[in-house]
Design a protein around this ligand. Structure first.
Ligand SMILES: C[S@@+](CC[C@H](N)C(=O)[O-])C[C@H]1O[C@@H](n2cnc3c(N)ncnc32)[C@H](O)[C@@H]1O
Length: 265
């Protein structure tokens, strides 16, 4: 087992991933109209970050009002009063925060009701506060697709692939179209959870087109989620009788999101 010290070192090392300029540009270019005349705060960035470079270019072209960043050598802690003051004053928060503090980072954005565009791990969708906002259609995902994750530059200049996605509450025009569901429900193919009144779905493409009850789907469903087609009801632990992960065939299965077709006749 790893000692606490080693675990912490590993976590800090996992935080030192730098976003590539092309990834920042490919995503941020979709929101240019939102940026006009705005102050952008990159609160986990030094002067050489791809985010700061990108926004300095926009500033030079008169396309944003200003870009602020947290500063040299890691800069101001995003939780410090100094940084929170800037966060309150800025119009938009745009960055790739440390993965190990992502939960706290999102809590802060939600608390101060900020408009943002940030990178996080796919699995972070199950963080309670973040999940509630996604469920209520207050937070959604960026334009970039989920498959393949994203590549980042590490502190020793190698490339690391991470299952990362963009989270935002900025409007964009690439919301998923309703899924075209081909399968119909039958009792033999679709298994019931042993600890919840719902059926288990292992792949989004297997969602039946004629089932009105509760369905447990993998996290990756969210990439295809269209709020006119489905209603998000909760996480697995909100639905299971024992408040744990779903059980199918005697086995606990990986995190599921519980949904229902909307409307359903
Ligand atoms: C995943 S890296 C991304 C860096 C940069 N935003 C980018 O996209 O290239 C997260 C950065 O946050 C910095 N960091 C770690 N803890 C922080 C904190 N409490 N407040 C602000 N920045 C922090 C780390 O030093 C690291 O450079």
């Amino acid at each position: 087992m790893l000692s606490k010290k080693l675990l912490r070192a590993k976590r800090v090392k996992n935080d030192e991933f730098y976003t590539r300029y092309e990834d920042v540009k490919a995503e941020c270019d979709n929101y240019r109209s939102h940026f006009f005349n705005k102050i952008i705060y990159c609160n986990c960035d030094t002067a050489d970050s791809a985010f700061v470079r990108y926004f300095r270019e926009l500033k030079a072209k008169g396309l944003i009002r200003d870009v602020w960043f947290s500063g040299g050598l890691g800069g101001a802690d995003f939780r410090s009063s100094e940084s929170i003051e800037r966060l309150k004053q800025a119009d938009l928060i745009i960055t790739n925060p440390p993965f190990s503090l992502f939960r706290e980072f999102m809590d802060l954005l939600i608390k101060y009701d900020k408009t943002f565009l940030v990178i996080g791990n796919k699995n972070a969708v199950a963080y309670r506060n973040l999940f509630t906002q996604i469920k209520n259609n207050k937070i959604w995902f960026g334009v970039r697709r989920w498959t393949g994750g994203m590549s980042f530059v590490t502190s020793d200049n190698s490339i690391k692939d991470v299952p990362a996605i963009w989270f935002t509450n900025l409007e964009h025009s690439f919301h998923p179209a309703p899924l075209r569901l081909k399968k119909s429900f039958n009792h033999l193919e679709y298994e019931q959870y042993e600890n919840a009144d719902a059926i288990n779905i292992n792949r989004t493409t297997d969602i039946p087109n004629d089932y009105c009850g509760v369905m447990g789907v993998p996290i990756s469903f969210l990439e295809k989620y269209n709020s006119k087609q489905f209603e998000i009801l909760g996480l697995d632990k909100d639905f299971t009788y024992d408040k744990g992960a779903g059980i199918v065939n005697g086995q606990r299965i990986y995190t599921r999101i519980f949904i229902r077709k909307s409307p359903c006749e």
